[in-house]
Write a protein that binds this ligand. Sequence first.
Ligand code: ZN
Length: 659
Amino acid sequence: MPRFILSPRGLLACLITACLAQSVIAADAPASSSASALTTANNAAVLQHLPFSDRTDFESISRGLIAPFTGQVKDASGKVIWDIQSYEFLDKDQAPASVNPSLWRLAQLNAHAGLFEVSPKIYQVRGLDLANMTIIEGDDGLIIIDPLTVAETAKTALDLYYQNRPHKPVVAVIYSHTHVDHFGGVRGVIDEADVKAGKVKVYAPAGFMEHVMSENVFAGTAMSRRAQFQFGSLLPRGEKGQLDAGLGKSSPSGGTVTLIPPTDLIDKDLETRTIAGIEVEFQLTPGTEAPAEMNLYLPQFRALCMAENATQMMHNILTPRGAQVRDAKAWSQYLDSSLARYGAKSDVLFAQHNWPTWGGERIRTFLADQRDMYAFLNDRTLHLLNQGLTPLEVADAIKTLPGALDQKWYTRGYYGSLSFNVRAVYQRYLGFYDGNPSNLNPLPPVETAKRTVEAMGGSAAVLEKMRAAMTQGDYRWAAQLGNHLLFAEPDNVAGRNAQAEALEQLGYQSENATWRNMYLTGAMELRNGVPQHAGSSVSVDMMQAMTPDMFFDYLAIRLDSEKAVGHDLTLNWTFEDQNQDFNLTLRNGVLTHRAGLNPAADAGVTLSKATLEQISLKQLDFPTAIQKGLIKLQGNGKKLGELLGSVDTFSPQFNIVTP
Ligand SMILES: [Zn+2]
């Protein structure tokens, strides 16, 4: 992580793909446990509850295959950054005992990688990223919808297309929404010089750049750490490890995240453009899966692209890596608008994850079911919370989706989960407090754990109860007991091993890919410790997208208030190349800023935004920049040093499963 501001490349890449990290595995670390008899039985029972004989999705994922992709993608240094081969173990028909068969089925589907024809003129590269790249053949060139997460995989995807289709230039890129797996590879498919020359256009929904940055930066270090859990990026691939990330496969490590700002923003609810001779109707869907997102309808192909608003599973209302909670009601309403507007005139529906749906009737049922699912999450939660149920009670009360929805593969919780999503709806309307005054001011986790363990008769007694619970297959309770034990005694080796086993069994039973990843990553860290983060290089594109305003907002977050108390100061900042001035006030250990200069400031700092970017990229530090004359100081220059001396650097290596 860079010293001065959080690396957006680091955080954005970590959010979706993986962090450049190496786990420190103790030579004598115990191996992960095998599926217990109860886990095996539980997983076997899943086969009776879901319609495994329906093979439509396997036909859909294979339909239109032009060229499979079986290789790896490496970065410039030769490091493997995409490895579909590592998922070859999914070949087996039968799910192993350590995998929920429903998740095994999804993991098999998502392992289909290659170039596919969706319909004549519409192609998708799947399995080269968590997301899909869609390529539309226009009259005078190609339109690319969503160029994947990193430039290396995006280039490989486009090369795969060119090896099999006529070589036409890319004349337009469309970013369907603000998440990095939908734009980060853009420099792998187009050249910015062509964009500047007007040869290539880049389309995005209104608010794109603001949301790309603001959605993730301020809590970014914690998000990237939690994303390691969600995507299971550091887990070995295998029957007892990571097999999927729900929306697709995930990267074992980095690659180059890039960004070229859009040239054309879509800002009307419905807007029609002709791009490369193809008519495209954009439907804006703000506040759904992303704060700025849009669907596309292609009338001449009778094709509907649902971006990430309708994938082959239940999506997240609140993603476990952490984010601001989404609006299930708005999501449902936009799905209904899409159904009403395009349902009768679509022969194929595709999205930027998973596989397409063909046939008007199936498309209409799919959209109606997805609409009902998100509406149910919202309305049923509100129905129950108005009867006094609190978050965990709501989650316990809603075990399945209603009616026929429960038996549809595309409503299963592989990425989002029913349990998590209904708690998210509660959070959206009522917040984290459950209304019970006993919970107004509870003791923090370590204190609670110590007293609970003592009240239960000490750690040996807790461990015994934990093992008894595991014998009964009651792994949820065992994990709760184990958590108290470890927060009271983090070095209790028997406790760590027992807790790792409880989490592994929960992971093996999970239908949800991200839950499995989180359980198994927790277990891995209990057995092997927290992975050492090798750090990651900073994306120049991301840094350039950061405004001075955001820089100061983030500086205020990094300020250690306790150190800063007693160092009151005011500083003027002039960005000479931007014609922008700011004044910063440090007062009461709190840093605030506003536009304009303060005539009474203690000191003035004059620099270019490029210098600030260089400092952020760790290519330069403040003293050197001052020495070289890149930063000019006026007044009491020591005040800048006082401010910088109170600023912390965040490390994403904090503990999660232990205090
Ligand atoms: Zn995505």
